[in-house]
Write a protein that binds this ligand. Structure first.
Ligand SMILES: [Zn+2]
Length: 470
């Protein structure tokens, strides 16, 4: 075992509780990974090319990493993050890596540090903490391994013990990478998920052009309300042929609406017309579309996920220079009880619908989300997400939701990652924290240990498969 990671990491500090947690963890440690929601690139699995170098594996694509470095004044150009205008950025992987290593202390106390150390230790056998002093030796060791067959994406997928992974694609994606995976005969199970924000959100970049493209792809008149809805139905069916079992909706709020058909059609004409779309109409349309999508989910069985509450692209200068997903998305307060009511009035009692709710606003856990999920048959709670996908975030999630929603209105763990080597690390963190939480219940005689074993296995594996129909 590398000195970078301790065998008891993240387990309770109290020795008697830790002993129970260790026994529970031993039951789930080696279970396969079910990854029902994430953002890895399907081209990795399709083409199975070696990752180019350590910086392009660990730094350049990971907004958790470069946002922290940026916060301390390091320009994204120096970290090799591509510019929207194609302007010059650092291309030398070793230079990027040295800068990252010299600033590795910035990640102390963050989950990013735990995920990176887990990957450095278990995948690459690093023994020493990354720093300015160890930067070159670590780079050489990782770079050498990345050239090997055993470190290509498919080999890593198998080594990570991934039973199934979902990627996330826009309706405008041709799913060519997924077709390539199918055609290759490789046995790894990679499925897509339907993420229609680019054609559902009137404030998404290029919305009108996206609708035109949506029409070309589906052969429907996507500038008429009925044609637009038909295009969604067709595209959802196409995504299902590539294994999709879910949709995903990244809206600024959880607002839903259920307008009468003629009003919905008039709204559609306004958001697709020549006049600028008002913020109010944009919100109304996104909310109406959540209810439309819930109706389609009831027809075609796709599980629906709502990821609300991120104010995207908060930093206008970074957005202009680098585009989306550059670590400048910031959580905002999110209300669910009234926002979801129109959708729930229509579909909340349908046990045949699964709607999984996420939040970036932890104040809603005990007050809103757990009571909602602990009542409506259509609702489930997604795991602690994004800024809360962390040891403390997971503990807060369990502490604030379990007494009202129980464990069985939750859906296991999502890694939600773009950073491939972090997948086993993230699932391992969730398993350890859940085992620690369960061990506390056992030691307080609130749960028998055999029940805790069953719950631990469900949280690590069974619930994700069931909720996402995988
Ligand atoms: Zn996501």
């Amino acid at each position: 075992m590398s000195s970078l990671i301790h065998p008891d990491r993240l387990l309770p500090a109290d020795p008697s509780v830790r002993a129970v947690a260790r026994r529970l963890y031993a039951e789930v440690e080696a279970l396969p990974i079910v990854s029902p929601h994430g953002h890895t690139d399907p081209r990795w699995y399709a083409f199975n090319e070696n990752f180019p170098d350590p910086a392009r594996l660990f730094v350049v694509p990971d907004h958790y990493v470069f946002r922290m470095l940026y916060s301390q004044g390091i320009p994204l150009e120096k970290l090799g993050v591509p510019r929207a205008d194609g302007g010059a950025t650092e291309q030398d992987g070793r230079a990027i890596w040295r800068l990252f290593a010299a600033n590795y202390h910035l990640f102390r106390g963050t989950p990013t540090r735990a995920w990176l150390d887990h990957a450095f230790a278990t995948l690459f056998g690093l023994e020493e903490r990354l720093s300015e002093r160890t930067a070159d030796a670590a780079y050489d060791l990782i770079a050498e391994k990345l050239q090997q067959e055993a470190f290509r994406p498919r080999a890593l997928f198998e080594r990570f013990n991934i039973e199934v992974i979902a990627t996330t694609e826009s309706p405008l994606d041709d799913l060519a990478a997924h077709a390539e995976i199918r055609a290759s005969g490789w046995g790894g199970r990679v499925v897509t998920a339907y993420r229609p924000d680019p054609v559902v959100d009137p404030e998404f970049e290029g919305f009108t052009a996206n609708l035109a493209r949506f029409g070309e792809i589906t052969g429907e008149d996507t500038f008429s309300w009925s044609g637009y809805l038909a295009a969604h139905r067709k595209r959802r069916a196409f995504f299902k042929t590539f294994g999709a079992t879910s949709t995903d909706h990244g809206h600024p709020t959880a607002a839903t609406f259920d307008l009468p058909p003629h009003e919905a059609e008039a709204l559609f004409r306004r958001v697709t017309g020549n006049a600028p779309v008002s913020a109010q109409d944009a919100e109304l349309f996104r909310g109406q579309m959540l209810t439309e999508m819930a109706g389609m989910s009831l027809e075609d069985g796709l599980v629906m996920q709502i990821h609300p509450g991120a104010v995207r692209n908060h930093n206008g200068q970074i957005f202009a220079r680098f585009g989306r997903d550059k670590g400048a998305d910031i959580p905002s307060p999110t209300e669910y009880v009234r926002a979801l009511k129109p959708l729930l009035d229509r579909f909340g009692n349908e046990a045949g619908l699964t709607l999984i709710l996420f939040t970036l606003d932890e104040t809603s856990y005990a007050r809103e989300l757990a009571p909602l999920a602990g009542h409506y048959p259509a609702l489930r709670l997604g795991p602690a997400w994004w800024f809360h996908d962390s040891p403390e975030g997971m503990k807060r999630f369990r502490a604030m939701t379990t007494e009202t929603a129980g464990f069985y209105n939750t859906v296991g763990f999502n890694d939600d990652t773009r950073a491939f080597p972090s997948i086993p690390a993230r699932h391992d963190v969730a398993r350890r924290i859940d085992c620690g939480f369960l061990a506390e219940l056992v030691c307080e005689h609130r749960l028998d240990e055999d029940e805790a074993v069953e719950v631990a296995r469900d949280l690590a594996y069974g619930l994700a498969k069931k909720a996402y129909k995988l």
